[in-house]
Design a protein around this ligand. Sequence first.
Ligand code: NAD
Length: 482
Amino acid sequence: MTVPAPRELPVCNPRTGEPDCRIPVIGPAGIAALAVRLRANQMAWAAAGPAHRAEVVKAWSARLLAQPGPVLDALSVDTGRHLLALQEMNALRGMVAGNAALATTALVEPPERPSMTPGIHAQSQLVPYGLIGVISPWNFPFLLSMLDTIPALLAGCAVIVKPSEVTPRFIAPLMASLAEFPELAGVCSFITGDGSTGAALIRAVDGICFTGSVATGRKVAAACAEQFIPAFLELGGKDPAIVLASADPDRAAATVLRASVQATGQACQSIERVYVDARIRDEFLARLIAHAEAVSLNWPDSRRGQVGPLIFSRQAEIIAAQLADAVTKGARIETGGVIERHGGGYWLRPTVVTSVNHTMTLMSEETFGPVLPVMSFRDPGEAVQLANDSVYGLSAAVFGDEAQALAVARQLVAGAVSINDGALTTEVFDVDKNAFRLSGLGASRMGASGLLRFVRKKALLIQRGRAKDMHALEENASTDGG
Ligand code: NAD
């Protein structure tokens, strides 16, 4: 029987709006064949031990980063940006080094020890999941494909990665780079496709790491529950920044702007709500608008300016709808606010909005654009209440005197809080954090737990005393079990 050729999908270029690329949509049969091959190699990979795996992964990443050209060029076309594509790739260095160092300590099986039950000794075996599926979004296509893949590989799993169909150009050169390391290519592969490919992948693996929207995350969690496999979900956010009266208004404004506008706001941890103490509100707002108006687009020269195009044209509709809803309900756009068309792409300058409230979708739903709605508060208690009034709990930021800021941060319902900075989770990969509320599910992907979530602990229980016989079950036996 011949397997039908996979259906193809067109892919749009974010800078031109042109569908200048097509990808095959890999289906269940293709995934099943790949899974068989990877599973067959995984046993030797697991048996080789963490030090060997770390060596192989390090060698591959060093080679890739020494000659990033083909992947970097493709990633730049995928995302319409250059500097961030380079930063995405360079983040691999620290990610590999950090996880490799952790792997050689966290994945060492502890020595045999006596259990609390007399005569019985215990060994622990760490058993990696055979095959992990990684499903990633379009906003940081390379980084978010690697963030779970690297620890899963180091833990001894095989991995199939399904990046977003919106940004798939980097997959082919990345596969070519993996092919130079056959041992690694034998346990790690990337596939192209859309949501149907992601859904089929869930049915072929032993665990899923998913990064994406809450709406898809719900479907993924349900499908994983059906399969009885773990789902590690990293989803959306509506991150608040609180600017206390003790903050330097200019510094806070400049930093909040950067943490909101970075990657054109297309980052889960970008600041999407700002609460500022009423006493410094006017000065903060004036500085925020001034800084926002000094920002320039990466257009027409992609190597100049700070803000790139929106990667996914549908995002422009979502942002425009949120702004329209806010204006209808009384909001005022202080600067920006107009989706611009340049060269076929969609662009938005940093947008500052005032007179906002929590009935507006701009304050409750993820925007994923460079938009900063600003509200004022009378005291830190009100700031905490406003910041926590959200279905999300990804991360947050607090600006001001460090002790005051930390006291506020401890009351926030969020997995990470940056103090006197914003979106620090993009720079720090070695500190454990969970996503709260709808922002995610499962163990931290950072720190040692990022590795340990890929292994199960098997208890080997050794009887060195006298094993119980049938006397232990005799109704009139003594109660000490003898
Ligand atoms: P998305 O949920 O639309 O898609 C993510 C991935 O899921 C894609 O690869 C897609 O093909 C796949 N998919 C779609 N339907 C599926 C299904 N039924 N089963 C399995 N896979 C399926 O997300 P997106 O629009 O690509 O990315 C943006 C979202 O990602 C935002 O909400 C953002 O906040 C979130 N995000 C979260 C983090 C984090 O670490 N928390 C990081 C980056 C992005």
